[in-house]
Design a protein around this ligand. Sequence first.
Ligand SMILES: Cc1cc2nc3c(=O)[nH]c(=O)nc-3n(C[C@H](O)[C@H](O)[C@H](O)COP(=O)(O)OP(=O)(O)OC[C@H]3O[C@@H](n4cnc5c(N)ncnc54)[C@H](O)[C@@H]3O)c2cc1C
Length: 449
Amino acid sequence: MSSTIESDNKPVEISIVGGGIIGLVLTLGLIKRNITVKVYEQAKSLREIGAGVAFTANAIRCMGMINPGIVEALRAVATANGDADDPNDWLQWVDGYNQHTENPYDEKLLFKLYAGYRGFEGCHRAHFLDQLAKIVPKGVVEFNKRLDSISQTGSEDKMVLKFTDGTSAEADAVIGCDGIKSRVRQVILGNDNPASHPHYTHKFAYRGLIPMNKAVEVMGEYKARNQHMHVGPKAHVLHFPVAGQTLMNFVAFVTDPNDWAFEKTMVAPATRVEVQRDFANFGPTVRDITSLLPDTIDKWAIFDSFDYPAPYYNKGRVCLAGDAAHASSPHHGAGAGIGVEDALCLSTVMELVVEACQGNKTSKSQALSLAFEAFNAVRRERSQWLVNSSRSICEVYEWADPVTGNDSEKCFKEIEWRSHKIWNFDIEGMLKDTTADYEKRLDASYSKN
Ligand SMILES: Cc1cc2nc3c(=O)[nH]c(=O)nc-3n(C[C@H](O)[C@H](O)[C@H](O)COP(=O)(O)OP(=O)(O)OC[C@H]3O[C@@H](n4cnc5c(N)ncnc54)[C@H](O)[C@@H]3O)c2cc1C
């Protein structure tokens, strides 16, 4: 550490593009570390579309390390699986297709997997986002700001964000948390790069929320109030309780040999009749659940970044996190969770940037670029693995994997090791690696100066 570089002594200012789950979680991480942050969100208010979301153990631990307020926000709206006084910490897979006993409603339990204490709790997405919004200080999020471009042309070496309404803003660095169709990713990789755009996985999902009392009537108390995955050939149904057990979150995945017909949007209208048609060959339990859906329902195309993964997550002082970096299909129920890990990694390395700048060890712009390089080096492998594994595990659920077929024991082994890799993540190891990688880059930059 030889030379000392003049820093401008002004606080580091970070802009986040996108106020979804990851944008807000990262914001709360930066605020907790006294870093100045501004969020630019294209919508006119914070809102989540979609139905339920569940966070696995790794994500909840990271939330606590980012900002304990996030865990409180989650706990305020999370719904215990089964009995709130004695939560069911097991995930269950049942045969939704074949009849195994005289009673056709008696779905065979294929296997179950222990998720850890309160290791699986679902919530209504909008409720969680509302809770997060409550703890983000007023004025931090600016609405109706749809990012168009980013350039390095600002005063004092700042990055300039231009929005489609003609306005602009400046910051020392920009983090794109703008989701699967990220504009920031296009800025980093170029519009023509196929990795700038997500691709269809040839699966879509019918999603909806079913009143719990209706679900209980049809499925019985236990099945309705506890998570179940009903598997079968080329399709499967997942449900879990949300909203304090007043609603059952329903997702039904279907394999689609065709291209997605709705070019401009990933969500299209569908009908209950279509769902019933797609699950007509499943057992009566699954068919009965589909009968509870309203006449019209949303159908979500599952896109991801599997075919063309982003080759890097940052360019200089512009970086990607969450789905913007590594959009995954949802079959591990961990896409947002892995984004939360990103947020912890970034919050931690941003704190190191501030320390380096305060000590006049380096220029702000260099410290920020190196921090994003460290983030890229540490986070790419695991987050891209999730994208790949999520594709593979769906094939296992749907008896389409050539190795596991419909052999329950083989399917279970595959699901078990992959789930454990996600849930039992070495978070402290990630932070150690991030710090070491960043400091190594910083040291190397000193010797060049
Ligand atoms: C069916 C389904 C079920 C899922 N279930 C789970 C689950 O149970 N558990 C789990 O961990 N994950 C789950 N996921 C994945 C999870 O939903 C995503 O990983 C997560 O929502 C990504 O959050 P994000 O903040 O990165 O992006 P988003 O939630 O997409 O947020 C992006 C934000 O950026 C804004 N934005 C976009 N473009 C611009 C722009 N140009 N300028 C300004 N703002 C912009 C958007 O308006 C939005 O607010 C599921 C996904 C699907 C499809």
